[in-house]
Write a new protein. Sequence first.
Lengths: 497, 754
Amino acid sequence: MNFSREHDLNITRRQLFGRGALGLGTATMAQLLGSEALAQTPDSPDGLHHPAKAKRVIYLFMSGGPSQHDMWDHKPRMREMAGKDLPEHIRDGQRITGMTAGQKTLPLCPSKYEFTKQDNNDQGVWVSELLPHTAKVAKDLCVVHSTFTEAINHDPAVTYIQTGSQIPGRPSFGSWLSYGLGRMNEDLPGYVVMHAKTNFGEQSLFNRLWGPGFLPSEHQGVLLRSQGDPVLYLNNPKGVTRTDRRTQLDALAALNETQHDQFGDPEILARIKQHEMAYRMQTSVPELMDLSDEKESTFTLYGEEARKAGTFAACCLNARRLAERGVRNIQIFHRGWDAHGNLPREHESQCKDIDQACAALITDLKQRNMLEDTLVVWGGEFGRTAYCQGKFSEKNYGRDHHPRCFTTWMAGGGIKPGITYGRTDDYGYNIVQADGTPIFPQPTKDHWTPGSVHIHDLNATILHLLGIDHRKLTYRYQGRDFRLTDIHGHVIKELLL
Amino acid sequence: MTSTFFRILVSISAFPIGILHAEEPVDFAREVLPILSNKCFSCHGPDTKKAKDLRLDSYAAAIKDRKGILAIDPDDLEESELLFRIHDQDDPMPPEDEGKPLTEPEREILSRWIKEGGKYASHWAFVPPRKEKSAPKSAAIDSYIGIAHKAHTPPVTPAPRADLSTLARRAALVLTGLPPEPEVLEKFLADKSPDAYEKFVETLLDSPHYGEHQARYWLDAIRYGDTHGLHLDNRRGIFPFRDWVVRAFNDNLPLDDFITWQLAGDLLPNSTITQKIATGFVRMNPTTSEGGAIAAEFQAKNNFDRTETFGTVMLGMTLTCARCHTHKYDPIIHDEYYSLLAFFNSTAESPLDGNKYDHGPAMKAPANPAEWELLDAFEKKQEGATDPQKSFTSTTLIASELPKPRVTRVLQRGEYHSPFGDPLQPDVPAVMGTFPDDAPRNRLGLAQWLTSPDHPLVARVLVNRMWQRVFGYGLVRTPEDFGLQGEQPTHPELLDWLAVDLKENNWDLKRMLRLMVMSRTFQQSSKRRPDLEDPENRLFARGPGFRLDAEVIRDIALWSSGLLNGTMGGEGVKPYQPAGLWKALMHPASNTKDYVQDKGSRLYQRSLYVYWKRTSPHPMMTLFDAPNRESSCVKRSRTSTALQSLALLNETQRIEMARKLAERIITSAKDDQQRLDILYKLLACRPAREKERTVCLKLLEGMEASYSSRAEDAKALLSTGDAPVNESLNQIELASWTQVVITVLASDIALSLF
């Protein structure tokens, strides 16, 4: 009997640096994992389930539910119906939140913003005036109008799209990637999360959105912060120099080696390595954050805001710098999209935060030949209603949460550029077929309906681009082989190059 | 090496130790059932949809004649269809596209099983535990571990005993989460009587730190937090419950009462204030009051959470699958999930918490030890004691039952708006035994069922987690899953013996922990054994050794530095935390958006009492693998990361604790070697070893040389943390010693059990 194999199976994940369950070095992994991991056995020479189009992902998460009506989903006929009640057959039994459930009418609310049709590589895409810069990179975007979810409130909905379950407890999207892909740069964390500043923070985020759930906790996202130490506890205490630290670490290694000689615990050696990595991070992170090596043109591209730590623009620039350094898994959370009341004022500010930077990120990656293997994802947890929350006015309005359709875009990393996917009805309320034929009942997560993209489908597609079969990236917990997409998910082939 | 080779090893080592004798008949429950469950049941198991489809989860179903085809043919075993299909190269079972093919050893086991008759038996965990007739009369743990050692090929001998000081440290950390007090250690080491260790263990069990440490595991399991957990994640009144748990462990409340009070204290006849406080358990699920949240949706979600946590904590079973459909692996049908849920569906609180601290039902409860004393006096009917409840200064959430129970129906696919079928009466899954005839169909009845003598799971699940705390790994390595997909116990007879023994002895936790730490098995040296390939210690042929938990790592440093504030209980404390962590996440309306750091002695209370904000727990906890307490955790991971290194060496409190510890040793002895020995005695229970001495004194010398020309730096280092600096000491010397202590506190002797 040989217990060491079983142990290897457990420690390999933890100790082989830069190695995930898949990805680099997984030939070894696959062998070690044996039969139980057949589901994870790579079929591709690079150690993944299939060749990856994207080596890394930058996920721009707009927390709160950006309004597809005012940004991406152009509904000219709504102008004629302004103020009229949402027809019952369009609502089609959709449950609505406690915030508008008591409203006597659901007055239809056209966007006050002008839309222009931008050329892309297909039929063109309508973009609102709120996004003048993003409009210019339309040829790189794959705009999905038919993303949908079941959740109608923030906490469950954000938890759902980021963990695959509305109830807390599952690993986050990013942790799954960390577990699956490992890391390429040993001097930086493999999974980095940033929180961008906003003028409208009426939104909560939760550690669980980048938390490991039941995966080993080394897969939790590492916050790259704009306040204090960029990585928690990165800097030496006052009065301790780098030379002091070196001396200290050498002593620490010697002490740990004594203990290892005495007890033979291999974890001690792993810890010695981690201390060395931490020491390297103390230079690699400040170097990452030091923008002095950026040319002026960078700030022309991203805007002057990119010089201010913590802005969305600065986060996007950091994302590019992280990507350049081999960090594969980057998420930026931007709050403030929950426009129940003063949508115009709030969304104008929000769009100003993100518009130029989104476009800059794509242009920048493209200039550096990185867009082809970097997947950029933009979107929120749900959309907003076609009707107005509260009293309707053409100039100022608010919109409630809407799960049935919302707009998400992706770019690079094997995504078909310059297309739109999915169509909604004239109210921007329901997903319809490509030719405009209504679909009743609406698509569900259980059976993929062409033209629709459930959030599990979105996640399945993202994983696919990274070389991962979403059905095979599993982790056994409580007797079940869990996965990000639960028992659902369909890779939307139409979106792939 | 081929992957097949690994496969064999992996599957073999999943079996219990000592039963691998090829000449013995295949053991269905231990060898066959896990294969059927993992490879066959997702299509041919309890959740099989159509009556005509083959099921392999019972003998009756397997021998059923299906148009002349029998999966198992009892009259002609060799002709069993199952045999053909698992060997069919062209159309194998399981089908290739299921991605879970049988391995060769698995095929072999199934074939042998069928040829030997294809008989079924119950999954081990559903059969009530029994002590074997041949059970050892004394030292059962060592006997059973020894039997497995002898049965092993080649036979194994136990490791030598750990030296006494190592053993003392180990026992103290396991029982109290702190090293032994120096005078207690000295007394033990000087005591040459045969029961010296036993007396030492008694001292530990009597320490108030015992309850604090044991409580922490329970709080992980039941997902204790000081906030509601969802959306605004506002404060909630619940810490008196946490303090009750500590007191219950220190008082050694029998575990059957411990469970009953928590599940149903409010339903006990003439229930006491304490028993009601204990029902905070029922209220522990995360809650929300997000604008727009639909009450019925959260009534369902709260119940899912409670039912599933109940499954993990009490039954060691995952029930989540059965929320949407009949369980794929374990024999739990869809209806049964909702019958179990029905026990929780009639509690009186609103499903939406109103973002309120005292989201009722709530009651006034003791906020500090003095108030607890008053309550104790009253409940023990001490003379002159009056009902002190009005004087209590905190509030705690409790459970109470609606006068008229809510109707529970099955929810189709687990969707709150799709109930169907007849109203269900509260009931328990049939496979786990029957509900007692005379028990009420409410939470109290549920507790009576759990604690009834024949319950197959509860005692096993509890002793397994105790074993895990003491030995680092459970006898069942999947403490969260005793179902068909979980691991088999490495020592099934021992697990059963312990479970029965617990019940036979009035569910006495201290007694059980005493048995474990008194065992020879526990007292072995933990040195890794090159003669054995057993890195996870499945043979228990060495003593426990593992990295300590986040709380213990912090507490060791607090304690050794002399900073530890022994106050037990109270509102969660807020030690140093980097600014802005909560603000960056929180809604402006949240009352936990600002982290207001405590001052003075509250910075130094034990880590058990650190404020637990569920959406953003303290980073010194989560960096060292603490769960977020939004969902149940019965086994923490133990990782090594670079971020931990940064935290150990740079975090404010680590520096402060090191400085105070440096002051302590400087003022305790004049000589640097003696000082170092004091440091090592505190942390490792022994003087520094030669090499440690060399390394530390060299570091000290180097730092002194350096800081003597950098007085400002020395001063800056010493200014970290609020605790006042001992200005009477040479500041260069103190800073240099602080650096040495930071280093030693970051080394293995301050982080690990060994």
